[in-house]
Structures are given as structure tokens and as C-alpha cells.
Write a protein that binds this ligand. Structure first.
Ligand SMILES: C[C@H]1O[C@@H](Oc2ccc([N+](=O)[O-])cc2)[C@H](O)[C@@H](O)[C@H]1O
Length: 505
């Protein structure tokens, strides 16, 4: 009898393990943040000005609450408290970004700030003291203003500036940092910074640099990857990848037109950045390239507005990544003929020329673009897995916004995280090589054009208090429970509001 019970328990256990009802022990659970959104200290020591400093100081009206990241959550002075929060949650890893102009005040590598390097050394060492693995993004949207004045991402010098910056960073921190992400979200950098939608550097021109930005960014990524691979990896032994924002773009109907429209939307949205690096053939996506070339000719341009890679560049970029970082938040349904916007010509949006639809039953967050879309992580990751021959993935951002008034009781965030992590389990079950998940965000922060009006934090931050006091929300307790049990208990309800640090952290 005992043997029978033992065998059936073993069968249940093995089945659960095979079905990935639990997250593997070596799966990296973390949270993510970005320098401009949390650090503050905008002019501390010899830090240089960046494009968000310049924009928020000269055009405060473009930010919803006229705020800025001058102080933000003041991580510059509070980094020990941040690491304490990581320990409270029991994180395996923490993704954060470096402020380029804090390390290189004028963007160029001829002057390195000792104070800037010291700050990041302290931050990294504090994490490592508690076994928290740093995952470091080199660029999360805060370009040194000096480089913007020289043309920014649209300049042909950009790849070289980025390589030089990367070399400094790998030299200073590579003995301890083993996960490197070159860029956060090329789509947002190029399309929102240099295209139609306004974000820093707020050029107020349409389209001029969109696709030049895309090409220079991809080349900059490849240069940093090769420098790391050739000069640093042999002794430091880490990994270098890129994070691309991938929301699921499925067809509105099964019609051939909608299927094709969704494919073009995917090619424009993330394929333009992913295809050159992760596809077997390299280069920009075929159909989208043909569309832009055709429209450019009709518009009277002497050549395509999407500059092609030379054969040598294509080979240099192809395969230049150890992993695919995915920022995933939501989904859209794509239509060939319905729900189209009125886009300026020329622009990437007019080039794509499809409609996007969001079903009303998808629960909305506080951010207008964010809805709880069913199975969207599974749809996006299995698609990428199939298209790019099974690369290693990390989800480098995923999270949910609320309005400040919602405070501790963030049940909609908990529902979102549970749905997302169930989708992660489905990915593991389907054989996707997904090795980690970083929740956005550890704490409330400066949400770009929305200022402090939209809150993504597991910890609430009181930005009016001198210490920028951090208080855990209900979701922080739920995430902690998921990490420690490596499983999702849909009924878990925290019975305390007081955080604690488990032994070993
Ligand atoms: C909340 C985080 O958003 C990340 O950027 C975006 C912005 C918009 C979408 N979208 O689907 O429309 C996805 C991701 C950003 O990387 C991070 O800094 C946060 O602001």
C-alpha cells in the first residue's frame, strides 16, 4: 500500500515537473527599472546633461504633470534601500540601466566620471553581497545631450560612440556583471524619438531619422556585442543581448488580407530590429523593405528611406546576440482595412498602413496602451521561437499600471502578473528556451511623458517625502510568494502588510 501511495505521489510530481507547473529552480525571477526613471541626482557630481534633462527642463508642458526625473525615487542616495527591497522580494536578479552621461559626462569616452563609476560599483557590489544577479542595460533612452547635438542616433558616428561607451562599461563592471543588454526597446527609441510620436529628443519633425536610427542602432548593438565577444567574454564569461519590445500582433480575422497585414505590422514593429540579428538570412524584413522602397519611390525619394545593410554589415550583425530580451506588455489585433489611423506621410505608420483593434473585454490598465490580453506572452514568444530558430529568451519587462489613488490594493496588477506568469509556464511547456522574467517595476517611477501619474511599482513610492519612502503593495507579497514557492497559487492572500527578509537573503 505504502509503495502504491509512493508511486502515485511520484507520478503526480513527475507530471507536474514535466508540465512545468513549477518554475525551474534556475529560472531567474527579477524586477526591472531604468536610470532616468529612478535615479535622480540629475546633476550630481560631474554628471552630464541628457536628452530627458534637456526636454523636461525646456519643455515642461510636454509631460502630463509637468514633472521630471531630477530627483525621481532618488536611487542615487537610496540604492541600499533598493537592494533591501530586492532581498525582501527574494529576487534572483535585478535589471537596471546605466546613465551614459553619468559615466561619460559628455558622451564621448575621453572623459570618464570617477563619481559615476563609483556609484554603479557600490550599487552592483551591494547586490552581489546578497546574491542578486545584476542584469545591466547600457542604454534605456537617456542619450547624452552632447551626442544628440551631434545628430544622435541618426548620425553615422553613432555606432562608434556606442562601441566606445560599451568598452568603458565592460572594462569597469564586467568582472562582476554577467548579463548585458545593449539597448532597451529600439522601436520606442527610433519611432517615438525620431519618427512621428513625440518623446525625447522631441525633434518636432516627422520621419527624417526613423530608419537611419534603426540601422545605426542595430550596427551599434553589433559593435558592442563583437567588442564584448572578442575582448571581454574570454575572461569575463558573460552574455550580451538586446531587448526589443514585442507586443503580440495577431490578425483581426482569418482572412488572407488580415493575416498579411499582421505580418507586415510585426515586421515593422519589431522585425526591423530582430530580423537583422536573429534571422538566418539577416538584413531588414523582406516584405516591409519592399513596401518602404516602393512608397519612397512614389514619394520622389532618390532611394528607399529604409537604408539597406551592405553585405559586410549584414554578416557582421547576423547572429550578434547571446539572447533575445523581450519587453512584453499587451497585444493588438491587426486589420488590413478597418480601424486605420490618419498618419502623416511619410512616416513608418503610413508605410505600414494597417488598422489596430483592441477588444473592449480586455481589461484596461491606467496607461491608455495597456490591456490584459489573453495568452499574449505565449503567442509572442512561440512565434519568435519558431521564426528565429529557438533562441534563448529573457522577459526583461512585463508589468501593469494603476493610478496613484489605488494604493496598496492592486488586485488588477496581481491578476495581470498571475495571467502573465501562467503564460510563461505555457511557454516553458511548449519548449521555449525562456530563462528569466523581470517584472516592471520594482517601484513607482517617472513614467516618461506621463510623469508620475501612472504607477507600475510593486512598491509604492511617496515622491513628496524627503526619503522617497517605499512601501510594498499587495502585489509585492504575491510576487514574493511566487518566487519562493516557484509556483502560482491563485488563492494566495497576504496576511500582513509588513515585509520581511527570508534567511539567505
Ligand atoms: C512601462 C514601461 O514601458 C516601456 O516601454 C513601453 C512603452 C509602450 C509600450 N507599448 O506597448 O505601447 C511598451 C513598452 C519602457 O521600457 C519602460 O521604461 C517603462 O516605461
Amino acid at each position: 500500500m505504502k509503495l502504491l501511495i509512493f508511486i502515485s505521489l511520484l507520478a503526480v510530481f513527475c507530471d507536474a515537473a514535466l508540465r512545468h507547473d513549477r518554475f525551474p529552480d534556475d529560472f531567474l525571477f527579477g524586477t526591472a527599472t531604468a536610470s532616468y526613471q529612478i535615479e535622480g541626482g540629475w546633476n550630481a557630481d560631474d554628471k552630464g546633461e541628457n536628452i530627458w534633462d534637456r526636454m523636461t527642463h525646456t519643455r515642461p508642458e510636454v509631460i502630463k504633470d509637468r514633472s521630471n526625473g531630477d530627483d525621481a525615487a532618488d536611487t542615487y542616495n537610496n540604492y541600499k534601500r533598493d537592494v533591501e527591497m530586492m532581498r525582501e522580494l527574494g529576487l534572483d536578479a535585478y535589471r537596471f540601466s546605466l546613465s551614459w552621461s553619468r559615466i561619460l559626462p559628455n558622451g564621448l569616452a575621453n572623459k570618464v566620471s570617477e563619481a559615476g563609476v563609483a556609484f554603479y560599483n557600490n550599487y552592483i557590489n551591494e547586490m552581489l553581497a546578497y546574491n542578486i544577479t545584476p542584469m545591466v542595460t547600457l542604454y534605456h533612452w537617456d542619450l547624452p545631450q552632447k551626442l544628440q547635438d551631434l545628430g544622435g542616433f541618426a548620425s553615422p558616428y553613432f555606432p562608434e560612440w556606442f562601441e566606445n561607451y560599451a568598452k568603458v562599461v565592460f572594462t569597469q563592471f564586467g568582472d562582476r556583471v554577467k548579463y548585458w543588454i545593449t539597448f532597451n526597446e529600439p522601436r520606442e527609441i527610433c519611432y517615438q524619438g525620431y519618427g512621428y510620436v513625440e518623446k525625447a529628443p522631441i525633434l518636432n519633425i516627422t520621419d527624417v531619422g526613423t530608419y537611419y536610427c534603426a540601422k545605426n542602432l542595430v550596427l551599434g548593438h553589433a559593435r558592442a556585442y563583437h567588442v564584448y565577444n572578442d575582448l571581454f567574454k574570454p575572461t569575463q564569461g558573460g552574455e550580451c543581448g538586446i531587448t526589443i519590445s514585442v507586443n503580440w500582433m495577431g490578425p483581426l480575422t482569418d482572412s488572407e488580407e488580415d493575416l498579411y497585414a499582421a505580418e507586415i505590422k510585426r515586421q515593422a514593429d519589431w522585425g526591423i530590429f530582430a530580423e537583422p540579428i536573429f534571422s538566418e538570412q539577416g538584413g531588414f524584413p523582406k516584405e516591409f523593405s519592399e513596401i518602404v522602397a516602393k512608397k519612397s519611390a512614389e514619394q520622389g525619394y532618390p532611394s528607399s528611406r529604409l537604408p539597406a545593410f551592405t553585405e559586410e554589415e549584414r554578416e557582421y550583425v547576423r547572429g550578434a546576440s547571446d539572447f533575445f530580451g523581450v519587453n512584453h506588455y499587451t497585444a493588438n489585433l491587426i486589420s488590413a482595412n478597418e480601424y486605420k489611423g490618419n498618419w502623416p506621410v511619410p512616416s513608418m505608420y503610413a508605410d505600414v498602413d494597417v488598422g489596430t483593434y483592441v477588444p473592449p473585454e480586455w481589461v484596461p490598465a491606467a496607461s491608455s496602451w495597456l490591456k490584459l490580453a489573453p495568452n499574449s506572452i505565449f503567442n509572442a514568444l512561440t512565434h519568435l521561437h519558431n521564426r528565429y530558430n529557438g533562441p534563448v529568451f529573457y522577459i526583461t519587462e512585463n508589468g501593469w499600471s494603476q493610478l496613484l489613488e489605488e494604493g496598496y490594493e492592486d488586485d488588477s496588477r496581481i491578476a495581470y502578473y498571475r495571467a502573465a506568469l501562467n503564460s510563461v509556464l505555457d511557454c516553458l511547456h511548449a519548449g521555449v528556451d525562456l530563462r528569466g522574467y523581470m517584472a516592471w517595476s520594482l517601484m513607482d517611477n517617472f513614467e516618461w511623458m506621463q510623469g508620475y501619474t501612472e504607477r507600475f511599482g510593486l512598491y509604492e513610492v511617496d515622491f513628496t517625502s524627503p526619503q522617497k519612502t517605499r512601501t510594498p503593495r499587495k502585489s509585492a507579497f504575491v510576487y514574493k510568494h511566487i518566487i519562493s514557492t516557484r509556483a502560482i497559487d491563485p488563492d494566495y492572500e497576504p496576511d500582513t502588510r509588513t515585509m520581511w527578509i527570508d534567511e539567505g537573503h
